[in-house]
Ligand binder design. Structure first.
Ligand code: SF4
Length: 457
């Protein structure tokens, strides 16, 4: 698949990635612990949905200079012990809110570096989760963990598989040693290949690689070699993100030399190269930086219309309430989003007082829910049946979204969407500009400072 460079250049602006709608910029402190408790209890009513649990482990041994995550750089093991005590308390408080019969189908450990914890600590945490939540143990379960290959021991993947993890996500970024030095993340292709070999032998169902284009010293030649190496290793999923240089927001990025960053044209070439090389190698372009092999669950979900977008990007379980555990973790329960305290001291203080550490969030209005569905359908299914939305929400689509439909005319003229009386369809050209299409339906965007978001390229 080839990208249209002129078109992409024209639409290159700041915009949300829509891992939620409304985006986190709209979360506010008026949505507090009591608000969260109310929506959590309400979510148990009737035929309640299964659960998805996200656990945030914020610690990393060393900073990667490109990183914009909420993390704490430390090599002091006491920090992990103190954190785990609070995490266990949070698990107890959260589990008391959800009726015991609600099964957790999905479990994701992210960070930071989850494998910063020892295998013993991870095992104890898992056991605690299992005591307080009904965790699915069937073949259908999706237990994933983000892996830093630099911190793995020889037996780590085997031990993680014994705990029940069946999906891995590996931070690869770039194999070029010059780029790795410039971003302070040195890891060899051999280390990653060894992880892949072990993961396959242990029967992990899906292995995902994270790549980043737009890093210092990257060229199309060097990144092309990285892509070739990746394709040979054949991970099931690949997420290729554009590096967003925002040193004012992210302290670690101040160590990156701005004069070594690829210019806008090179970034575009790197993106085009990524899409072309991966699709030529048989990967399905899911959209928004994500690729998957045709027989991976993500590509299947795209085909059967069950693909969903959440805080981890694309996901296959859209019908879950998401519980976020840990400092800065985000949850999505009922028609609400909530985020925990981002600072460790505030997170600890709340739990030490027996309170949930909810810092802010948002209860969705009817308009938010409607627009969220429209955005989800465009980003995940690539099409929207306007009449279906009318029936579901008792609105007249053409009136309700009159100005949006006018704005879509421009996108239709550029071939990003195709439209008839009933349907809006994202075209293949439009798949590379999904967020541009979604932005048309974002009621908050004109009022938000758009530079709070990264650029399309
Ligand atoms: S990229 Fe990952 S490992 Fe590196 S500092 Fe950020 S969270 Fe830690």
């Amino acid at each position: 698949m080839k990208l249209d460079a002129t078109l992409i250049r024209r639409y290159d602006c700041h915009g949300p990635r829509y891992t939620s709608y409304p985006t986190a910029v709209q979360f506010h402190p008026g949505f507090d612990e009591q608000s969260y408790r109310r929506v959590a209890l309400l979510s148990n009513a009737g035929a309640s949905r299964p659960l998805s649990i996200y656990v945030h482990v914020p610690f990393c041994a060393k900073p990667c200079f490109y990183c914009g995550c909420n993390k704490i750089i430390t090599q002091n093991p006491v920090h992990a012990e103190q954190y785990l005590q609070r995490l266990e308390r949070e698990i107890e408080l959260q589990s008391a809110l959800f009726a015991g019969r609600r099964t957790a189908l999905q479990l994701h450990f992210g960070g930071g570096t989850p494998t910063y914890l020892t295998l013993g600590q991870l095992g104890a945490l898992f056991e605690h989760l299992g005591r307080h939540f009904a965790i699915d143990r069937s073949e259908q379960r999706e237990f994933s963990i983000e892996i830093d290959p630099r911190t793995l021991q020889a037996t780590s993947l085997a031990e993680l598989a014994k705990l029940g993890f069946n999906r891995l996500s590996l931070g690869v970024q770039d194999f070029d040693p010059r780029v790795q030095r410039a971003v302070n993340r040195i890891q060899s292709a051999e280390q990653i290949a060894e992880c892949m070999t072990q993961a396959r032998a242990l029967g992990y169902r899906s292995v995902s690689f994270d790549l980043i284009y737009g890093l210092p010293l990257q060229t199309t030649e060097s990144f092309g070699e990285t892509l070739d190496t990746v394709v040979r290793m054949r991970p099931d999923r690949i997420a290729a993100y554009g590096y967003a240089h925002m040193p004012r927001l992210f302290k670690a990025q101040r160590a990156i030399r701005a004069d070594q960053l690829p210019d806008a044209d090179t970034r575009l070439q790197l993106l085009a190269l990524t899409v072309e090389r991966l699709t030529d190698a048989g990967y399905v372009y899911i959209g928004m930086d994500h690729f998957a092999l045709p027989d991976d669950d993500l590509a299947r979900a795209m085909r059967d219309g069950s693909l969903h977008r959440n805080f981890q990007g694309y996901s296959t379980h859209g019908d879950c309430d998401l519980i976020g555990l840990g400092v800065s973790a985000i949850g999505a329960v009922g028609n609400s989003y909530s985020q925990n305290r981002k600072d460790l001291s505030g997170y600890y203080a709340a739990l030490d007082q027996g309170r949930l550490p909810v810092d802010r969030g948002i209860a969705l209005s009817v308009d938010d829910v409607l627009r969220r569905e429209v955005i989800q359908r465009l980003m995940c299914k690539g099409e929207l049946c306007m009449r279906e939305i009318e029936n579901r929400y008792a609105v007249e689509f053409d009136n309700y979204f009159a100005s949006e439909l006018v704005a879509l005319n421009g996108l239709a003229g550029d071939g990003l969407i195709a439209r008839d009386a009933n349907t809006i369809q994202v075209t293949e050209r439009g798949r590379a500009l999904l967020r541009t299409i979604a932005m048309v339906f974002d009621a908050y965007l004109p009022r938000s400072a758009s530079t709070q978001f990264s650029k399309v390229i």
